[in-house]
Design a protein around this ligand. Structure first.
Ligand SMILES: CC(C)(COP(=O)(O)OP(=O)(O)OC[C@H]1O[C@@H](n2cnc3c(N)ncnc32)[C@H](O)[C@@H]1OP(=O)(O)O)[C@@H](O)C(=O)NCCC(=O)NCCS
Length: 455
């Protein structure tokens, strides 16, 4: 038995089914939905170019990956699909006994290699069309790339390897506006009708730049790791370039190519490039719709993140809260008081500089069912850029994770912000845990009590 998936709407819903084992945890699914919907306004009608490694096309998780693509489309994200074919080309060459001149569309492509590439890629295109059709997704395999032979590089004639000259962005934009997913294989055709082999990472970034995409997501055979094997979560353009230059052995040529093209895309104007391990279940959605992500993000501009505070943040927390304490918007707190509850605090930083903060406190007497959002502050220089709302949403997530049903906030000057922007309601002091109520009465601040039900 299976049930319709709540994430999928419209025609896709008819095809989307989840195994009935998921029936046992409906709340987790609704939480997932809530988490996803938080990101939807900023992603809506933005172009995401998703480049999938050929090796993934025959893995058991591939149908789920395509379903995730369908989820993105159902959320009004404009998706362009690019796919690689290195694995298929190698397999076919071996079967036919052909020695490849290169397999990645970067080196020389001789006539025999081109023949193999055309056959493998054509078959792959056809299989992909079949899979996408089964999901009722309208797709078009596009020839929107104007391509020339790459020519002679370092004295070597690359023969049938192509270089992308131009992307027909108008045609692609028309398709996207009509909710049709353009699919771009790693082949191009020049003005003389010659077929040329392309590198799929290069296709992805050229298309992203032409369409001013918000993101390129490389869904790769493997993910990037640090030397200790942990995930490499984020990289600046300079870091990505440095790793590419060092060509460390733990990153294979495939990942190095993504670092190279990812850095280039960011430098040329794509705000974010993600590299996710496509063999992980739900990697695509988890990378896009969670604060921490599961892959590697290369970022062009100052990277903003909200993270748990550390003891070393206490001076910065005091500094960013001081202004509000002076204006009586926040209760004065000492270094010792902050240090004692540092585990409750979180910090919003831009490129390593803290610019906002907050804390979530829970009270033992009610078993932690009521959480309090305190010390919410955004530096004056960074106000009105959505940071306050992001911090409150983060606090809501923390409170939910701790099992709280209700989030309260006490505010003298920002109560309208909580009401109008974050869906809180003004309540009376009976909404507070008894111990907190006593403290409230003693303070004489007469703050407004704001309350939000989390489930
Ligand atoms: C309240 C606060 C956190 C908002 O941060 P922010 O990053 O500027 O907020 P955002 O950018 O997410 O949201 C901006 C929107 O909220 C509104 N807003 C911000 N502060 C507001 C306030 N005090 N009252 C009413 N609305 C407010 C803005 O007008 C803007 O509305 P718009 O989008 O319709 O133009 C910030 O102003 C602050 O640090 N205030 C001082 C400390 C404080 O009072 N904290 C609450 C006690 S816990």
């Amino acid at each position: 038995m299976s049930v319709p998936c709540p994430l999928h709407t419209g025609s896709f819903a008819r095809n989307c089914e989840v195994p009935d084992t998921d029936l046992n945890k409906p709340i987790a699914r609704f939480e997932d939905l809530r988490g996803i919907l938080r990101y939807v306004p900023q992603f809506r009608q933005r172009v995401f170019v998703i480049a999938i490694d050929g090796a993934l096309l025959h893995q058991p998780g591939f149908p789920s990956l395509l379903q995730d693509v369908a989820v993105l489309q159902s959320l009004n994200i404009e998706v362009v699909l690019v796919f690689g074919a290195r694995a298929q080309i190698r397999i076919l060459a071996e079967k036919r006994g052909v020695t490849l001149s290169s397999d990645d569309g970067m080196g020389r492509t001789d006539a025999a290699t081109l023949e193999i590439a055309i056959e493998a890629i054509t078959r792959q295109s056809s299989e992909l069309m079949a899979d996408l059709t089964a999901l009722e997704l309208p797709v078009v395999i596009s020839n929107a790339l104007a391509v020339h032979p790459a020519g002679v590089i370092d004295g070597a004639d690359l023969e049938f390897t192509g270089r992308i000259e131009r992307v027909d962005d108008e045609t692609l934009a028309v398709l996207l506006k009509a909710d049709i997913i353009p699919v771009l294989p790693p082949l191009g055709y020049d003005s003389r009708g010659t077929t040329l082999r392309l590198n799929s990472d290069a296709v992805a970034i050229e298309v992203a730049l032409a369409l001013r995409a918000a993101k390129v997501i490389f869904v790769s055979e493997a993910g990037l790791t640090n030397t200790d094997g942990s995930r490499l979560a984020q990289l600046s353009v300079a870091d990505a370039r440095e790793i590419y230059k060092r060509k460390e052995a733990r990153h294979d040529v495939n990942l190095l190519s993504k670092l190279r093209y990812g850095a280039l895309a960011c430098q040329e104007g794509v705000p974010r490039v993600h590299i996710v391990d496509g063999s992980q279940d739900e990697a695509l959605l988890a990378e896009l719709f969670s604060n921490e992500g599961v892959g590697t993000m290369i970022h062009a501009d100052d990277y903003q993140q909200i993270r748990k505070a550390r003891s070393s943040d206490v001076p910065a927390l005091l500094s960013i809260m001081r202004q509000s304490m002076d204006e009586a918007a926040l209760v004065p707190r000492t270094r010792e008081q902050i240090q004692a509850r540092i585990k409750d605090f979180f910090v919003l930083e831009t490129d390593g500089n803290p610019i906002g903060c907050g804390a979530v406190h829970t009270y033992d007497e009610d078993g932690g069912k009521i959480a309090e959002l305190a010390c919410l502050f955004v530096r004056r220089s960074h106000k009105n850029r959505g940071h306050g709302q992001r911090l409150v949403a983060y606090a809501e997530d923390i409170a939910r994770q701790r099992g709280s049903d209700v989030l309260v906030a006490l505010s003298t000057q920002a109560f309208r912000f909580f009401e109008e922007k974050m869906g809180f309601q003004v309540a009376d002091t009976s909404a507070l845990p008894a111990a907190r109520r006593e403290k409230y009465d003693r303070s004489g601040r007469n703050s407004k009590v704001l309350i939000k039900t989390l489930k």
